[in-house]
Design a protein around this ligand. Structure first.
Ligand code: 16G
Ligand code: MG
Length: 555
């Protein structure tokens, strides 16, 4: 196949000219920004995806168009590597360079990437493209597809899908179907099949009631949940809200609920006490639970809660199977201290802390036979080693002990229910439902496993957020000099006080996290830490305000 690089420039000039001068960066979650400024970025990511696929011997690369939990005018793009991982860091740099050159330099930039990496441009390559349901996504999808076509790649469009569906499709394709079938129906079939096989005909158990309220954030998660329910024959009684009537993520969705700690708009006022409610984000890769308790108080069950519930359940399955498997839980510094204590002291599962961002968590989790990872914001999943899967399978096939055999069969279903390729809000939710059902627990029993420490998240505008440099999985601030000492001094005045600061990877701000034994303590602690950050890291705009007026920010 001959590829004429001149086409690369022709397309750019005619259809996707770069009209902005500011440089942008491939950040923790790809490129994000105002949708109207992104067409040239998308076109160039289409080009890049073909090069990435070619260097990976024609394996499928995914391109997902979404701005996740960001507001409606934003959009974004992220690339999915062959095994469902986030794009390799070395290529994040290449992506950044490719996006920032002028139209005139584009052709030679592509040529130099091909030369430097010794890419055989004449070979076949495959790119999958999908998008969330933002109104500007179709135009951006076409730009990606044109990028792929310009370099003579094969492009397959999946239309509107969730981010985790894209990761699943890529992995299915690259494992020749052994992970599943790379179609929307294949995805539903695998997950629903596993869910219904475990649940059987008994839809309720003990205190577990088959009733759930689902906030779809007006995003693609709502649409796909409707599709799930259509295929589920009543095995889950779930009422869907925020199906797309309002703006995506506006006063609803997992990020809003986690940060604001309140019931999202679009759900009925005065939900009955102890009814399980669940919120996903705009592209359905995050999930949090919440409920209103019998005193009318809002209560949140975030990613830490899901991680602990899952770890507890999987441990019992491992035991029932009579297996010895290395299980580990991966968190970030944002994990509530009470959850970490519970994991270490009650569950006795090794826990590690890594930097924010899915790639760090996923990578660490792969070190275990069963690696459970969750960010407090609700993004997470479980990954199983091939050896662990083999062992479970052989028990299911060979065991003479009915109880053990049963546990292994159950385990296989649980593995099929989980989308191992990336955090998947709907699959995670069905896993939580499965666990609560099997334990016969209502939401209150789950909530009572431990008590969260009151916590607070703030954001501070500074001149240059990169003056903050962190170490030890973002728990220690090494620059500016002296800032950590100040934080330590302040924190030591508070019972169970903990606080850290880090530059955001997705917004031009510094984030401050604080937790302490009481609500008033945490408010004061967060305030004092943000004051020193403002002073020592070059704060701009209004100074931090005392507790009463501090607002909660998002991670
Ligand atoms: C991105 C990350 C998410 C992280 C968040 C932190 C991926 C796919 N997503 O959304 O994991 O929690 O950024 O945002 O890695 P921040 O750096 O602005 O606090
Ligand atoms: Mg998301």
């Amino acid at each position: 196949m001959s590829v004429n690089l001149r086409t690369v420039y022709a397309f750019a000039r005619e259809m996707y000219p770069k009209k902005v001068n500011e440089n942008i960066n491939y950040g923790t979650a790809g490129f994000r920004g105002e949708a109207k400024k992104l067409e040239y970025v998308m076109y160039r990511m289409g080009l890049l995806a073909t090069l990435r696929s070619r260097i990976k011997n024609g394996q499928v690369i995914g391109v997902m168009i979404t701005a996740s939990h960001n507001p409606e005018p934003d959009n974004g793009v992220k690339l999915v590597d062959p095994m469902g991982e986030m794009l390799e860091p070395k290529w994040e740099k290449i992506a950044t360079e490719l996006v920032n050159v002028s139209d005139n330099e584009l052709e030679s930039k592509v040529a130099s990437i091909i030369k430097e990496l010794n890419i055989d441009i004449g070979t076949h390559c495959n790119v999958y493209v999908g998008m969330d349901n933002r109104y500007h996504s179709p135009i951006l999808l076409k730009a990606v597809a044109d990028g792929v076509i310009a370099l003579k790649g094969n492009v397959k469009e999946f239309g509107i899908i969730t981010t985790p569906m894209m990761h699943y499709f890529v992995v299915c394709a690259n494992t020749k179907g052994s992970y599943g079938i790379p179609t929307e129906e294949g995805y539903y079939k695998k997950i629903i099949g596993a869910f219904e096989s475990i649940r059987g005909n008994q839809l309720e158990n003990g205190n577990y009631k088959n009733r759930l309220m689902f906030d779809g954030a007006n995003g693609v998660g709502a649409r796909k949940m409707i599709q799930f329910l259509k295929r589920m024959n009543g095995s889950l009684n779930c009422e869907i809200f925020n199906k797309g009537e309002g703006k995506i993520n506006e006063n609803c969705g997992a990020d809003f609920v986690k940060v604001q700690q309140k019931v999202p708009n679009g759900m009925p006022e005065g939900i009955e006490a102890n009814v399980r409610c669940v919120s996903v984000d705009g592209d359905a890769d995050r999930v949090v639970y919440f409920f209103t308790d019998s005193n009318g108080k809002f209560q949140l069950l975030d990613g830490d809660r899901i991680a602990t519930l899952v770890a507890n359940y999987l441990m019992s399955l491992v035991k029932k199977c009579g297996l010895k498997l290395k299980m580990g839980l991966v968190q970030t510094a944002y994990a509530n201290g009470a959850s970490t204590d519970y994991i270490v002291n009650e569950l006795k599962v090794p826990v590690s802390c890594v930097s924010t961002g899915v790639k760090h968590l996923h990578h660490k989790a792969l070190e275990y036979d069963i690696g459970i990872y969750f960010e407090a914001n609700g993004h997470g999943t479980v990954v199983f080693s091939d050896e662990a899967k083999e062992m479970i399978k052989s028990i299911s096939e060979l065991s003479q002990n009915p109880e053990q055999k049963n546990a292994a069969n159950n385990f296989i279903d649980v593995i099929n229910l989980i989308n191992e390729t990336v955090g998947d809000a709907i699959s995670d939710m069905l896993l939580v439902e499965t666990i609560l059902h099997s334990k016969g627990w209502d939401v209150r029993e789950w909530f009572d496993t431990y008590t969260d420490l009151p916590n607070k998240l703030l954001k501070i505008k500074v001149q240059d957020r990169n003056v903050i440099v962190t170490a030890d999985a973002e728990r220690i601030c090494v620059k500016p000099e002296g800032l950590q000492d100040e934080i330590d001094k302040i924190t030591s005045n508070y019972k169970r006080g903990r606080s850290f600061v880090r530059p955001s990877g997705t917004e031009d701000v510094v984030r401050v996290y604080a937790e302490a034994a009481t609500k008033s303590d945490v408010d004061q602690l967060a305030y004092e830490v943000s004051q020193v950050v403002y002073k020592m890291a070059g704060g701009t705009g209004a100074e931090p305000t005392p507790p009463e007026t501090i607002y909660n920010s998002h991670i």
